[in-house]
Design a protein around this ligand. Structure first.
Ligand code: ACO
Length: 334
């Protein structure tokens, strides 16, 4: 049963990340499809991506990231109330979050998956905040994890060069101090759903005469890159602008911009539209490619552990992608 404290604030006190050891450089991909390091790097900023092997699992990377977040926060797994796993590449369509709960030993935590593609981490943070602000829960792990190397068509140069595997996590805690989530905006536009899909492909099976079922499997990722690009550079600055106003701030007050790491050109265009200088933009897309729901917490974790992001810094973040969906949030670290 949730307790009913009158805690109203949210704080972000731990982070962690994990990725497969195996790295595939752009030059190596040029042996798989008709592409080049020059094309990939100049169009996307990506130089390499991490890809998982048959001994590795989504739950394993997610658990590792979560353990790091708990250690940084000084919170025991047994004290976690909820685990939200943002993923679009669950190993079990019934949900992968419970495997993480078991591996962590987070015995009292309720655990569930949240599917919102590359917006998943921001949606997860906003969801967690509602449970913390209401006083229902004290400690929530929000994990973004995806192994999209399993779901790209390695014969399609339009998509296979973009994605990589990884996991990132944050520990959010209820606090009686000032709320550190300063504003959020989460949005969907299903009319553009066909721009980016990892869709079920039905095969018909006549179970008994006259009764036809649809069985089948999921297709590889399909994407209209130009449309998604246009969508991102239009919607993301607007959403961030909105949360900056919600928080009674201006873009000058933003210490760090951490966008979903899809494409360096998207990050540059969004930062420019918001008048946020390049040195405030956290980017590691060169090393990971697009890790979907994992990209924001992996970038956050690197910036916190390298000492760039300090306690009290104001961070603007935005995830965007399939759905189409997008979300933005402003929070203070620590
Ligand atoms: N290597 C070489 N050439 C390529 C490659 C490649 N890997 N991929 C495409 N090309 C070719 C195309 O075939 C095209 O050739 P053509 O002119 O002869 O037809 C040419 O390069 C130009 O292609 P464009 O699509 O115009 O390239 P663009 O500059 O738009 O970049 C990209 C493509 C990188 C996909 C870009 O559109 C993009 O980043 N889109 C957004 C994707 C995204 O952000 N997704 C995020 C959400 S992910 C999620 O939610 C799971």
């Amino acid at each position: 049963m949730p307790s009913n404290h009158s805690l109203t604030g949210v704080s972000f006190i731990g982070c962690g990340a994990a990725a497969p050891e195996t790295v595939v450089l752009n030059d190596a991909l040029a042996q798989v499809v008709d592409t080049s390091d020059e094309w990939i790097a100049s169009r996307t900023g990506i130089r390499q991506r991490h890809v998982s092997n048959d001994r590795e699992s989504l739950a394993g990377f997610a658990t590792e990231a979560a353990q790091q977040a708990l250690a940084m926060a000084g919170v025991a797994a047994a004290d976690v109330d909820m685990i939200i796993l943002a993923t679009s590449s669950a190993e079990d369509l019934f949900g992968t979050a419970c495997q993480i709960q078991a591996q962590l030993g987070a015995t009292k935590a309720v655990a569930f998956d949240l599917t919102a593609a590359c917006s998943g981490f921001v949606f997860g943070v906003v969801t967690a905040a509602q449970f913390l602000r209401s006083g229902a829960y004290q400690n929530i792990l929000v994990i973004g994890a995806d192994l999209l190397s399993r779901w790209v068509d390695w014969n399609d140069r339009n998509t296979c060069v973009l994605f990589g595997d990884g996991a990132g996590a944050v520990l959010m805690q209820a606090t009686e101090d000032a709320d550190r989530l300063l504003g959020f905006e989460i949005r969907s536009d299903g009319t553009q759903n066909c721009c980016l899909n990892l869709a079920f492909k039905p095969e018909l099976r006549e179970l008994i005469p006259g009764t036809i079922l649809t069985q089948g499997r999921y297709q590889y990722i399909t994407m209209n890159g130009k449309e998604v690009y246009r969508f991102a550079i239009n919607r993301v600055p607007d959403a961030i602008d909105k949360v900056i106003h919600q928080a009674n701030l201006t873009s000058n007050d933003i210490d760090w911009l951490i966008l979903h790491q899809a494409n360096q050109r998207i990050m540059d265009a969004v930062a420019e539209r918001l008048h946020i200088p390049a040195e405030k933009v956290v980017s590691n897309v060169a090393n990971y490619g697009n890790t979907s729901a994992a990209s924001i917490p992996i970038a956050l974790n690197e910036a916190v552990r390298s000492g760039r992001i300090q306690s009290g810094d104001t961070i603007a973040t935005s995830g965007f992608g399939a759905g189409l969906s997008w979300g933005a949030a402003i929070f203070k670290w620590g």
